[in-house]
Design a protein around this ligand. Sequence first.
Ligand code: URA
Length: 196
Amino acid sequence: MELKPKSKKELLDGLQQSIATCKNCSLHQTRTNVVPGYGNPRAKILFIGEAPGAKEDQSGTPFCGAAGKFLDKMLNSINLNRKDVFIANTLKCRPPENRDPQKSEKEACRHYLEEQIKIIDPKLIVCLGRHSVENFMPDSGGISKMHGKTLVRPDGKIYLALYHPAAALHNGGLRQTLMEDFQNIPKIIDNMPKNN
Ligand code: URA
């Protein structure tokens, strides 16, 4: 009997179950819920943020607070919504008091992100904020230099660095820059090889 290959949704659901019971770092001790990600398993665009905050920890949904509302607004401005894309985070659990993710936590969580990229197989990966940019563009000179720019990595995918929506909410100058950089997304998609 021939086995039907699993769909991307089934594969992501399986991964989500592993994440739900993960104890690979100490953040499992303080989390309420894991926040694996949300969106279209067949998305062409994957957004990767930093880590869940208090609201995300309560709900299990990424970007559901003020930064998420701003992200939704920017998605709408390019005629997309969060059902068209996939939204994940560098860490799947909230760091206490929203402190910065630690190197060891990022390392412990990294394989989940790699697996999400493998399953979804997006064409464009949008890195939101410093931690996300450091994951994939470690030698780029940092987000203030790299924001709005793309890099094609050996996996053939295009990585775009953007400021984090939460940082932009706290700094009016960054807000304008982020909104302008965001408007490049449709151009990047249009310029991608069509057979891909
Ligand atoms: N900030 C993030 O980086 N991720 C979230 O899910 C929420 C806020």
